[in-house]
Every structure is written in structure tokens, then in C-alpha cells.
Design a binder for this molecule. Sequence first.
Ligand code: OGA
Ligand code: MN
Length: 378
Amino acid sequence: MGKMAAALGSAATLAAEPGEDAFRKLFRFYRQSRPGTADLGGVIDFSAAPTARGARPGVPQVVRSQLSVCSVSESDALRAGLQPVSTWRAYGLEGYPGYQWHWVKQCLKFYPQKPNVCNLDKHMARDKDQDVWEQSKALLRCKEVTKRRPRSLLEKLRWVTLGYHYNWDSKKYSADHYTPFPSDLAFLSEQVAAACGFQGFQAEAGILNYYRLDSTLGIHVDRSELDHSKPLLSFSFGQSAIFLLGGLRRDEAPTAMFMHSGDIMVMSGSSRLLNHAVPRVLPSAQEDSLPLCLEAPLPADLPRDTVVQPCSVEDRQLCASYLKTARVNMTVRQVVATDQDFPVEAPGENERDIAQEGICHLEDKITHGKRVRLDPDS
Ligand code: OGA
Ligand code: MN
């Protein structure tokens, strides 16, 4: 309670600029928050014991929510690398995966490859010998992470799109720009969606976000999908972040919560179109350490039709070295309703009809000594 008062007290000292909204105010507060101080006292920690969370005025209570446990078989959970369904805990928003390395490796080694699209495509012609993973190996292995060492391609990777590739300029998906969605991620998503009561969810688009410690994701609503009755799934790995979940309108103050490695956030129903943002990725408590849950081993008795594969020691070491200063977030979306078609667009409509709000891609605080955050709000 005292902590919360302290946090809000500091937040309140931020000058309220004309037209400044409650969401932006807290976004700024958490962007400059100091780990290990009262700054983080108002951030909900789903991983903390319920008694430790307690009731705090102004902070929504975390409630256990029901999962459709019988919608997912134990064998399909195992195939997807998830713990037995009976052990999943949901707080309306969150669950828990088991073996995380498979997904981290996919995000770093395979998903950035063609035919998927990523932020590095614009700047360089990539061929087989120039793939992100291979090129980054030597640099990431080098122990002396001096300020001067060149950044590897992995460290320059900011986003990858899968399936229907999101167009950052038009803020739209299009029927013409589709490549097969990775089957392992589709399978994982189907299990999680089904457990939340969304049988028949189809993973059609993915946006993978690669955060460095100084990256932020601006305040936005994910409304580009054509069917908002389907949930949006978000999986987090690596360093923890502060996630702000606001209201339908920007003037509603958001709730701050930690997103730890292995957390799954499901935005569905009335929360599907809420404002949200990531103002802060937190450095690990001990320098260079990784969240303990990443150590969870792959079950010894993997089913023959498993979709998660064991990670080689070499691959895991490289993933670990990257994740020490990074957070990876995979978001999975169903774009169109089953049997729905993309609307036919009149020529030129794209240019005129750019939505006011849409997904923004994340930006570093400083690049080449210059502020380049695209989000005009931060
Ligand atoms: C997104 C998003 C949140 C996160 O990609 O649309 O909101 O936790 N990501 O990184
Ligand atoms: Mn989003």
C-alpha cells in the first residue's frame, strides 16, 4: 500500500502537459522506473504468492480464472511442450508454458528466415550465408561485450512477421501477402486458445517483437485483424517487462503488470481492444542472469509426434547469451473469421484509409545517439 502510494506519488510529479492522458503519464513513469525501488511497487506480479500480492487500493485484484481444462488433452499439451493442463494457472490473462528454449530458438534461428519478413530485409539482401543466426554466432559468443564491438544482426532484429504479413505503413493485413504460418506455433496457439474457450482458433498472423533493454512498445490497440471475436495470444521470453493494460479510451489509467519469461497473455472478449504498451524492459537482477524457469527441462518421454524439439547445447548457449539482455515476445492473431474473405478494396483506398491507431513497432531509446522512437506519445 505504501509502495503504491509512493509510486503514484512519483508519477504524479510528472508534469501533466496539456492534453496528456492518464496512459501516457504512466507510460512515462514506467519508462524511467528504477528496478529494486518503490517505483515498481504498483506492478502486479502474477508469479508472486497470492498472499504477497494482497489487496491494494487502486490496483485490481488478481483473480484465478477458469480454463476449459477438458478442451486440451494431456498428450496435445505435451506435444506442444506445455506442462500438464491440470497445472496451468490462469489469472484471466495468464498461463504458463513448460519448455521455453524451443520457442526462443525458433524466434532467433528459424522464424527470421525467408519467407518470413523482418525489419532487416530493407537494409540488406540476405542470402543463405548471411542469415541472422549464422552471422550473429561469433559476435554473441565473444565474452567481452565491449561498447565498441559491432552489433550482431540478432541484436539489430526488431520484428518478424508471420502468416499474413502486417503492413506497418497501411496498418493492414492483405490476402496477397501471406506465407505459411509456422505449424509448431500454430499448434501451441490452438492449445492455449482452446483452454481459454476458443476452440477452432486459427493462427493466421504473427508479430514477433525483439526487445533490447532500452526498447519500448508504444501505446496501441490491435484492431487491424478483421475478426475481433478471436483472442490475441502473446508469449513472452527472456527478461521481464512492465506491461500496461489500459481501457478502451486513452484517458483511462492503465494497470501495470509484470510479463515474465513463459507468461502467456490472452486478450479476448472485452479486453481484446484495450489500449496497451510496454514502457520498460527490466534488466536482470544479477547481471547476465536468466530467469530460472528457462531451466525447466524438456520431458524425457517426449511423444513421437512432439512439435517441440530439444535444443542442442550450442544453440541453447547462443539463445541464452542473447536473452541475457533481451526480451522476445510472440503475438499470434486470427485475422479473418472462418470462411470470411478479405474485403475487396477500391484502388487507392489503402492510401486514404490509414487507421488512426494500429500496432506500432518497437523502438530503441537511443540509436546512434539520436532519439528515433516512432511513437509520438513517448
Ligand atoms: C504487440 C504487443 C506486447 C508485448 O505485439 O501487439 O502488444 O508484451 N506486444 O510485447
Ligand atoms: Mn499489441
